[in-house]
Write a protein that binds this ligand. Structure first.
Ligand code: G3P
Ligand code: MG
Length: 235
């Protein structure tokens, strides 16, 4: 995950979901227009496609009901993900992004998601996308491990909600470049320790300007935010 010239990586969370329905093409486009350096998207594998969807169920973010996996790809295609937006697939998102920003793909399902994402990224890399423009992350570390075996040239980010005792050993074993952790677990010793190990430390999900300012001053490398312009306004 290359450092940005401003030294602070602004990662649009689920696109720019403070402005547009999350994980839609509109949300991704908004994040890019606002100047985010990366967009983060949640991806689930089902019925031969990689869907941009955070929840296991459709109810919160679409006009569908029940488990995503209870629907066929054709039925998912017909759903409204907010404001008339479709639930996009990973290739549709990548075709929109066109290498303009980095892409953090969060593996959200454990049913062949790693293999399916690796197959898609392999094609895009063969077409000229630099592998370093991607960052693949997951809370589900075995899925990340599987991904690493399939496409080792793509950088990995270890996602932690809390901080496990062996956080560094896990990151080292996976060869991760980044630790992506929940904001409430940030502390200066962790930042210093991550940096000493050559790991970037990114924090989710931070929207309040004063918290963004505070984290930047503490020395975190990047933030996931629903409002990229607020982080960018820090200069
Ligand atoms: O990848 C950072 C963040 O997106 C992880 O949490 O629940 O928003 O996917 P969540
Ligand atoms: Mg996510």
């Amino acid at each position: 995950m290359p450092a940005n010239t401003c030294g602070f990586t602004v990662i649009g969370h689920r696109g720019a979901c403070g402005h547009a329905p999350e994980n839609t093409l509109l949300s991704i486009d908004t994040a890019i227009r606002l100047g985010a350096h990366y967009v983060e998207i949640d991806v689930q594998h089902h019925d031969g496609e990689l869907w941009l969807m955070h929840d296991l169920t459709l109810d919160r973010t679409t006009n569908g009901k029940g488990l995503l996996t209870a629907h066929t790809a054709a039925a998912l295609r017909r759903l409204d993900a907010g404001g008339g937006e479709i639930i996009p697939t990973l290739p549709e998102a990548l075709d929109l992004i066109e290498q303009r920003v980095g892409v953090n793909i969060e593996l959200k399902s454990w049913n062949g998601c790693a293999a399916a994402v690796a197959a898609v990224l392999r094609d895009y890399i063969a077409d000229g996308w630099p592998a370093e423009r991607f960052l693949v992350s997951s809370f589900h570390l075995p899925e990340l491990w599987e991904f690493k075996q399939l496409l080792p040239e793509v950088p990995l980010g270890v996602l932690y909600c809390g901080v496990p005792l062996d956080w560094a050993g896990i990151a080292t074993e996976l060869g991760a470049v980044a630790l992506n952790i929940s904001a409430e677990f940030v502390d200066p010793r962790l930042i210093a320790d991550a940096h000493a190990r050559g790991l970037q430390l990114n924090v989710y999900t931070v929207n309040a300007p004063e918290e963004l300012q505070q984290l930047r001053a503490l020395g975190v490398d990047g933030v996931f935010t629903d409002y990229p312009e607020r982080a960018l306004a820090l200069g």
